[in-house]
Design a protein around this ligand. Structure first.
Ligand code: NAP
Length: 259
């Protein structure tokens, strides 16, 4: 029970495949009280039974494109939970047409949209949630290797993730003096609603399972476990870190011959 007595919020639930769900379920299993955030009414309705499984209230709508929505969501979380020991941001979006073909074709509008929802939203959410955060709170977001390397079709989302990773470091520097930690998990590919928007993701998943040192697909449980570690006091000295949870793919220098 690594999170016994802790309360927190996980934003970005779409369905049972969401990394947000895996993280929330893992945190709950380790004793945490968790409330959930969703983008809109459709996901609020879909997420209601999932929230019930965790003993949480109706998922709270937090549309990160609007400051008022973030503020209202934080007020609601404040009413439900006295304070937050952790906050997980598991949110990203880019126009589907910007997740295939050549990056050079990305429109100004597509670039701004991806950066707004997938990167700016993290510091924005933290700003509104700050009054609720307890000393020692742990903040977490989700990123991908496409921030560090050019990955086919990931395109503008890779640029957004690079901005998100830099934001992790700046937030960690800002909040560290209050004893708060800010980290990211760089997860390998897992088939979710968002991941399906990236052209060729299934082939990438199949290929990586044959290449990675651990020779298997990554699961939501792998990500949930690493998240529990970062949210728990076991990670009390870890901040500003990007933890790769990808079965070892990120450190390969070349593909194994047999793959
Ligand atoms: P997911 O289940 O589709 O979750 C993404 C969530 O972001 C959805 O609930 C989505 O809601 C939400 N979102 C989009 N626009 C929003 C907005 N304006 N306000 C609030 N929420 C909004 O997919 P996921 O794979 O779990 O993604 C979670 C995070 O993990 C993302 O940051 C993603 O980049 C990251 N990640 C995923 C993988 C992977 O392979 N799955 C790997 C590395 C990192 P809508 O459906 O309404 O847009």
């Amino acid at each position: 029970m690594l999170l016994e007595g802790k309360t927190g919020v996980v934003l970005g639930l779409a369905n049972r495949r969401s990394l947000a769900w895996h993280i929330a379920a893992a945190a709950h299993a380790q004793g945490a009280r968790v409330e959930l955030g969703v983008a809109n009414e459709r996901f609020q309705e879909k997420g209601a039974p999932l929230a019930e499984e965790l003993g949480a209230g109706l998922p709270v709508i937090c549309d990160v494109t609007r400051d008022e929505s973030i503020q209202e969501a934080c007020e609601e979380f404040g009413r439900r939970l006295e304070g937050l020991d952790f906050l997980v941001h598991s949110i990203a979006f880019a126009d589907r047409k910007d997740l295939e073909g050549r990056f050079v074709q990305t429109s100004r509008q597509g670039f701004q949209l991806a950066l707004d929802i997938s990167a700016y939203s993290f510091p924005a959410v933290v700003r509104f949630a700050e009054p609720l955060l307890r000393e020692g709170a742990s903040l977490l977001t989700l990123t991908y290797l496409g921030a560090e390397r050019a990955v086919p079709n990931y395109n503008v989302m890779g640029v957004a993730k690079a901005a998100l990773e830099a934001s992790v470091r700046y937030l960690a520097a800002d909040l560290g003096p209050q004893g708060m930690r800010v980290n990211a998990i760089s997860a390998g590919p897992i088939k979710t609603l968002s991941a399906s928007a990236v052209k060729g993701v299934q082939q990438k998943i199949d290929l990586q399972a044959r290449m990675v040192p651990l020779r298997r697909n990554l699961s939501g449980v792998d990500v949930g476990g690493a998240a529990v570690f970062l949210l728990s006091d076991l990670a009390s000295g870890v901040t500003g870190e990007i933890l790769h949870v990808d079965n070892g793919y990120h450190m390969l220098g070349a593909w194994p011959v047999e793959s």
